[in-house]
Design a protein around this ligand. Structure first.
Ligand code: NI
Length: 389
């Protein structure tokens, strides 16, 4: 069997996942030797909210034609390094059982009245109400119903368990993920410094030294092809210091010139490279050259972040000019564009950080800036959209 294994940070996690794949093979009785010339599993990893959705699609090859036969998926939580179970969304909501029982009973009587099996429902309500198959969405959890849980033989249906039924559960849990970034106080002056095209071990670490010393944060939009070649420690240091890693495509491509699939491949390769180095998937994308037509933002599945102050540091290569430019133009809510591949830029960062702090600015990550609700996106030259993929 050909198997493109998923990239987990540890052997143990990869082993757990492969075990699930093998279980599936046994369950379905697929035997590549018997009837097919080949059987393969393709894996995809997508980020949905703060989780990763892992999908395995199995395909068979008959007479040189691949066709999908089946597949399965699960959710992975990079923060807890574990597979996400349905009930983990309810674990801090002691009354979930009565809420969920009422909701399921009601929906069976209403939208599922032709397909649900009353005996199965009654039995199911006496369990802990865990569903094996569910999807995490913007509105709540969608559970997959079939004859193995609530429905009559041969029936299948989906049921959304909306957020309002999970007060204390999924809503708060997901919302809390976004609240982890210290939100700026009303009236507080904040600026997000951003560095593109790295990492560069020498220059990026010189900048990190300054950020560490002054307890400041920044965002590094990394090019995937520079990730992993001895730069993993630098990437982990960015995360450890509370700064943010963003995605700057894999090969520094002009995304508008690519097909949607090629664009997604550029993004995906960098997501996986950063995840491999740090265990974290970036949430923000900075399209190289700032080129990304707004109608393509949804296809990236990420926040697409431009800037509103272009320092032209890559062109001028002048440390003193860069310091003066940033300090003179600073205003709250700015996203400042610089490049950590240039020594002249790294040399300017201490004076910039010190100068901005003296002007009363707190230096935050782009994600923290996004959490700043008081400024509307239209105020800033960035566009942002989060889309479940
Ligand atoms: Ni760039």
């Amino acid at each position: 069997m050909y198997c493109a294994a998923p990239v987990f940070p540890t052997e143990e996690q990869n082993r757990l996942w492969m075990e699930r794949v093998e279980d599936w093979m046994q369950l379905t009785g697929e035997d590549p030797a018997a009837s097919y010339s080949a059987l393969k599993a393709d894996f995809t990893l997508k980020k949905i909210r703060s989780f990763c959705r892992l999908e395995a699609v199995f395909a068979v090859c008959r007479e040189h034609q691949w066709s999908s036969v089946d597949g399965f998926y699960c959710y992975w939580d990079p923060q807890t390094q574990s597979f996400v179970q349905f009930l983990s969304f309810f674990s801090d909501f002691p009354e979930y059982h009565s809420y969920l029982s009422d909701y399921l009973s009601l929906q069976c009587q209403e939208q599922l009245k032709d397909v649900f099996d009353p005996d199965k429902l009654e039995r199911f309500l006496q369990t802990d109400l865990s569903f094996e198959h569910f999807e995490v969405g913007e509105d709540g959890l969608t559970v997959i119903l079939d004859e193995s849980n609530l429905l009559k033989e041969g029936s299948s249906a989906q049921l959304l368990i909306p957020q309002e039924y999970m007060s204390g559960g999924i809503v708060d849990k997901i919302a809390n993920r976004w609240k982890e970034y210290a939100p700026a106080q009303a009236g507080e002056k904040v600026i997000a410094l951003t560095f593109d095209d790295g990492p560069n071990n020498a220059n990026t670490n010189q900048i990190l030294d300054v950020l560490e010393q002054y307890q400041a944060k920044a965002t590094f939009f990394v090019a995937g092809h520079r990730v992993g070649r001895g730069t993993s420690a630098t990437l982990r240091r960015i995360v450890d210091l509370g700064s943010q890693i963003g995605n700057h495509s894999f090969s520094h491509a002009d995304l508008n010139r690519l097909s949607v699939e090629e664009m997604q491949e550029e993004i995906r390769r960098t997501q996986e490279a950063v995840y491999g180095a740090t265990g974290i998937y970036p949430t923000c994308l900075r399209p190289p050259y700032g080129n990304l037509s707004p109608d393509r933002v949804a296809d990236t599945g990420m926040h697409a972040i431009l800037w509103n102050e272009d320092t032209l540091d890559w062109k001028n290569r002048d440390t003193q000019l860069l310091i003066e430019t940033v300090l003179a133009k600073a205003s709250s809510g700015d996203i400042v564009l610089m490049h950590d591949i240039h020594k002249t830029t790294a040399d300017a960062v201490e004076a910039i950080v010190k100068g901005l702090q003296e002007q009363g600015y707190r230096l935050v990550t782009v994600e923290e800036l996004l959490a700043l609700r008081e400024r509307q996106p239209s105020d800033l030259k960035y566009f942002s959209q989060y889309t479940a993929r």
